[in-house]
Design a protein around this ligand. Structure first.
Ligand code: SAM
Length: 309
């Protein structure tokens, strides 16, 4: 339904966080507040939830829907968690949740330009204060860079042809809308290839969204920063929706958990690295069939959890 977002892997996340009544928790990706509401239900009056979103619309919507004196809402990027906590005089927290990607209301609102199924301005900015839009990328970036984005972030084998068609089109007219881009992509992918693998524009739209919002680079920085803000025994839960994100989470957790980062050719450890976290989920937690039946988005969700040592 429009402007609603069904939280994914909610029970599992709350269970892993093991909430304390007087605990302080961060929801780094507020969305429509599904995980935030569950956190609030699991703390008492002495507890606190600090929820961030870089999309002001999410903050405004939750201000209307959740009323709690135990909730602090901040329009902020999750890479700035440290500053947000400092602003509220909070040193360390008991747990954190990050539910990555876009929310259903962002996809549903044609004005946001995230969806290949709705016509609107080719925008895709989660934070509308940001300058760079998806239209800037397709209209201004070099062909090679556009191809790289579609290939790397969309894993689309037609990346080169799609980039070629984008550049040919923009010589005649600026690409302004989502449907203009969908038509360009459809023209670039041969009809035989278009018959399989879902909507032909899905991968390119995913790639442009990731590039516009710098999602993957920020994810890595966020994990390093977030873990620093955890109390010993505190847990970080990250839900990702595609393999590129999950790979980053897996590798970053593994790096933080390792006691040596020496290159393999060095026979004796010289780095003195101490493990910072313990990985709790050896393999990612997936949604149950029941949840997937109720919420199709859950089919690709993967939850990974680490605990600060
Ligand atoms: C999948 S939704 C979260 C849904 C939420 N858990 C719920 O149950 O309603 C992801 C949200 O994270 C936000 N977001 C994505 N990247 C962010 C970042 N770097 N900093 C802050 N918020 C971010 C998006 O704007 C979006 O609202």
């Amino acid at each position: 339904m429009r402007n609603e977002h069904k939280p994914v892997l909610l029970d599992e996340t709350i269970e892993y966080l093991n909430c304390k009544e007087d605990g302080i928790y961060v929801d780094g990706t507020l969305g429509r507040g599904g995980h935030t509401a569950a956190l609030l239900e699991n703390i008492e009056d002495e507890g606190l939830v600090i929820s961030l979103d870089r999309d002001l619309e999410a903050i405004e919507a939750v201000k209307e829907s959740i009323e709690s004196s135990n909730l602090i809402l901040e329009h902020a990027n999750y890479i700035n968690i440290g500053e947000v906590l400092e602003k509220h005089d909070i040193d360390k927290v008991d747990g954190m949740i990050f539910d990555l990607g876009v929310s259903s209301p962002q996809l549903d609102n044609s004005n946001r330009g995230f969806s290949y199924q709705k016509n609107g301005p080719l925008d895709m900015r989660m934070n509308r204060d940001q300058k760079l839009t998806a239209a800037d990328i397709v209209n201004k970036y070099r062909k090679e860079k556009i191809e790289e984005i579609i290939y790397d972030y969309g894993e689309d084998n037609w990346a080169s042809r799609i980039a070629e068609f984008i550049v040919a089109y923009r010589k005649k007219k600026k690409i302004e809308t989502t449907f203009e881009l969908v038509d360009i992509i459809k023209a670039a992918i041969p009809a035989s290839a278009r018959r399989s693998g879902g909507h032909p524009a899905r991968r390119t739209f995913q790639a442009l969204r990731i590039a516009t919002n710098n999602e993957l680079n920020q994810l890595e920085d966020m994990i390093t920063g977030a873990v620093e803000q955890l109390k010993s025994g505190g847990r970080i839960c990250i839900i990702s929706f595609h393999s590129l994100e999950d790979r980053i989470v897996k590798h970053k957790f593994r790096e933080l958990a390792s006691d040596c980062i020496c290159p393999p050719e060095i026979p004796v450890c010289m780095c003195d690295k101490e493990p910072i976290v313990k990985v709790i989920t050896k393999s990612p937690i997936r949604a149950t069939e029941e949840e997937i039946e109720e919420n199709y988005r859950a089919r690709s969700a993967k939850l990974r959890v680490a605990e600060k040592i």
